[in-house]
Each structure stands twice: as C-alpha cells, then as structure tokens.
Design a protein around this ligand. Structure first.
Ligand code: CAA
Length: 253
C-alpha cells in the first residue's frame, strides 16, 4: 500500500478517547489528517461522549476498539486499518494508566498492569506499523512519556519506570528508522487538566500546581500542539528528541 498524500495522511492515536488523546485526534484532524482513535471497547459511555465530541469531523475521525496491551490485537487493528482505510503514516501512543502507590505497598499486579499498557503498548503498536512506514519511506511516531519519567514521583515507581522506558524506546527506534524517512519522538507532558491528574489527592495536586512556573495545569491542547508539530511532514529532521510540555515544572538541557 502506498503512503497517502500529505493532506490526507492517516494517523492512529492510542488512548484516543482519553483526556489528552481526544484533543490530539481533533488537532490532527484540524491539520488535515484522517484520524483513527483507538481505545478499549469497554469504555462504553466514554465512547459515546467521544462520538458526540467529534461528530462535526464526520469520517475524518473514527473510533476503532483495541487493547494496546494485547500484541495480537494490535496486529489485527493495524491490518484492519491498512486493508480497509489506508496506510498508517502517523502513530501517536497516548494510551496510559496510573497505579499510584508507594513501592512498599505495590503488588505485582500494580506493576504488571501498568507496564502492559504504558510500555508494552508502545512496543505492540510500533512493532506493527514500522515495517509499512519504513517500506513507504514515510512515518511519524510520537510516544507520550511524562515529566514523572524524567524526575521520578513519589508513589510512581511503576509509572516513572515505564515513562522513562518510553523515551529509551523512542531513541532506539529513531536510530533504526532514521534512514527510512520515519521519525520517532517523545512528548513528555507535565501535570495536565485531565481525569488522571484530577485523581491525585487534592492537597498534593495543589502543591504541584503551586510549583509549576507557568502557574497552571497544562491543557490537553498544549500537548496536542506539540504532537501536531512533531508529526508535520516537514518535521523530518527532528528525531529521537524528547519535547517536554510541562509549564516549566522540570527544566533540563
Ligand atoms: N513526598 C514525600 N512524602 C510523601 C509524599 C510525597 N509526595 N506523599 C506521601 N508522602 C508521605 C506521607 O506523608 C506519609 O508519611 P507518614 O508515613 O510519615 O505518615 C507516607 O509518605 C505515606 O506513604 P505510603 O507508603 O502510605 O504512601 P501511599 O501508598 O499512601 O501513597 C500516594 C501515597 C497515593 C502515592 C500519594 O503520595 C500520591 O498520590 N502522590 C501523588 C502521585 C502523583 O503525583 N501521581 C501523578 C498522577 S498523574 C500522572 O501521572 C500524569 C503525568 O504524567 C504527570
């Protein structure tokens, strides 16, 4: 299958009906991309809300169910998309969960559930698109990490490990794909106005917001802006990079 023209490039966004994922879908569609939002089939009401939210985009944004922690299911999804809709030009891995608890209380389930979604999920999707992207000499992959992968966070040994791993993965794959027109980058959001952050105990959340130089939580649109930038056709010389979008919460060189 040949790659689409730049105007109609096809993007797959995992976590597509999540706090940040939906915004990424809409902003990519605004940029002229056709978008497949991927998420768990079991999120019934949320899927309905998503369909209403993106109704104005018509067929430019579609929903496809898939559990990113399931390697075979990801293969089936990409196969289905490429046979019925088109070649995947852009992949954004925004699916992620938290299982916050201090290590002394963390059981293997907390660890493995999180790893299977936040880190295995990145492998499972990338593994199934990379061959097609490299053979067509075009691809844009953006994996979402987190500021907490860069700094570590109390209660997040699992999440911080997975999110640090995500950027290691991006850098390694960036090297493998660089000569084939495929870029692989990481976007590391800070604390954003999403249900995931709303679940942080209020006292802790208020302290975190007080420590953000910009003085507010990030908005999903702030993250989507970075994703649209890195997935542009002419962003071909940026690869293996991590783009922090955290309101100055963590600065590094
Ligand atoms: N720093 C230092 N000490 C802390 C602490 C912190 N951040 N949080 C708790 N403690 C202390 C408590 O005061 C308590 O002290 P005492 O034992 O002296 O009373 C002790 O540590 C509690 O330890 P526990 O082992 O009982 O901790 P816990 O299992 O209750 O877990 C927690 C606490 C639920 C993890 C809580 O600290 C928390 O919610 N922290 C915030 C986690 C967070 O920021 N998650 C981000 C989610 S959003 C996200 O991840 C998106 C993104 O990418 C940014």
């Amino acid at each position: 299958m040949t790659s689409s023209t730049s105007a109609s490039r096809l993007a797959v966004v995992t976590g597509g009906i999540g706090g940040i994922g939906t915004e990424i879908c809409m902003r990519l569609a605004d940029a002229g991309r056709r978008v497949i939002a991927v998420d768990l089939a079991t999120r019934g009401e949320r899927i309905e809300a998503f369909r209403e939210q993106v109704a104005a985009y018509g067929s430019a944004i579609r929903f496809e169910p898939c559990d990113v922690s399931d390697f075979k299911a990801c293969g089936g999804l990409i196969d289905h998309v490429e046979r019925n809709i088109g070649a995947v030009d852009i992949l954004v891995n925004a699916a992620g969960i938290t299982r916050d608890t201090s290590l002394r209380k963390m059981d293997p389930q907390h660890w493995h559930d999180l790893m299977r979604v936040n880190l295995d999920g990145v492998f499972n999707t990338c593994r199934h698109v990379i061959e097609g992207m490299t053979s067509r000499h075009f691809g844009r992959i953006v994996n979402l990490s987190s500021v907490n992968g860069q700094t570590g966070q109390f209660g997040q040994t699992n999440y911080s490990a997975a999110k640090a791993g995500v950027h290691g993965f991006s850098m390694a794959l960036a090297r493998e794909a660089a000569r084939k027109g495929v870029t692989v980058n990481t976007v590391s959001p800070g604390y954003c106005d999403t249900p995931m952050v709303a679940a942080v105990p209020q006292e802790i959340r208020q302290q975190i917001i007080a420590d953000i130089p910009v003085g507010r939580l990030g908005m999903p649109a702030d993250i989507a802006r970075a994703v649209v930038f890195l997935t542009a056709d002419d962003a071909s010389y940026i690869t293996g990079a991590n783009l922090p979008v955290n309101g100055g919460y963590f600065m590094s060189f």
